[in-house]
Write a protein that binds this ligand. Structure first.
Ligand SMILES: [Zn+2]
Length: 241
């Protein structure tokens, strides 16, 4: 088992040497024109990758501070290569002196899309248009603390920390919810899918809920630890912690 884990770890895309990959793509697709940049992995939950740069408006100088890809999500090698190229287009634009692209999207506007289309013809994998991660699956190595999941309706959740849930006025909150919502489920889960969502510290700070896919809600329910409360239409079960 241990050996298996080690072998598996060694072949995970998250162990890819990003500097080597950057240099390879720089040679292959950018005529080695791109500058050396500080590259690293991070655990960003909102974005698959990001390039940070400092732009000096008076001199027009653009300095790239960091180039990071997220380990938070499961990735195929193709996907990793796609995100890498996407971020390298940002580096390219900064390098040729374009801090912001033209159009509504200041980062992925006309100049970005032109370079993306040009490169898509040259590479054997897809280059994503955005760093969007909401559809991506969270990596297995991400460990999640138990969280209270308040499910309202079929595809909306409110994650609240167990501490915050315990110290809040639960009955008042549930009464307030049940006046407006017919189906409410409350339980504790430690699914790593929950790491995609901000966790509220108290019921008092809850404003609105997060939309969630059928797949993700299934994963969260599969990792259910304790059931706290459920109200399905008029049938009410009460079992507060
Ligand atoms: Zn981007």
């Amino acid at each position: 088992m241990r050996l298996f884990n080690i072998l598996f770890e060694e072949h995970s895309v998250h162990n890819t040497n990003l500097d080597t990959l950057y240099n390879k793509f720089n040679r292959k697709y950018f005529d080695n024109e791109l500058p050396k940049v500080p590259i690293s992995w991070n655990n960003n939950k909102r974005s698959g990758g990001m390039v940070k740069a400092k732009y000096n408006r008076s001199t027009g100088e653009i300095n790239i501070i960091s180039f990071q890809l997220s380990k938070q999500f499961k990735m195929s090698e193709e996907h990793l290569h796609g995100i890498m190229m996407h971020e390298m287009i940002h580096v390219y634009l900064f390098h040729v002196g374009i801090p912001y692209t033209t159009g509504k999207d200041k980062m992925h506007g006309i100049e970005f899309m032109a370079k993306l289309r040009e490169l898509r013809k040259k590479v054997p994998f897809d280059i994503p248009v955005t760093e969007e991660v909401s559809e991506m699956e969270v990596s297995d190595h991400i460990k999640m603390k138990p969280v209270v999941v308040i499910e309202i309706g079929p595809n909306s959740i409110i994650p609240v920390s167990t501490k915050g849930f315990d110290s809040s006025d639960k009955e008042k909150f549930i009464q307030m919810l049940s006046r407006r919502i017919k189906n409410i489920e409350i339980y504790v889960s430690n699914s790593n899918v929950l790491s995609k969502f901000p966790v509220k510290r108290k019921l008092e700070t809850v404003k609105g809920s997060y939309k969630i896919s059928d797949d993700d809600i299934k994963k969260i329910r599969d990792k259910k630890i304790t059931h706290i409360y459920s109200m399905i239409d008029t049938e009410v079960k009460f079992d507060l912690l």
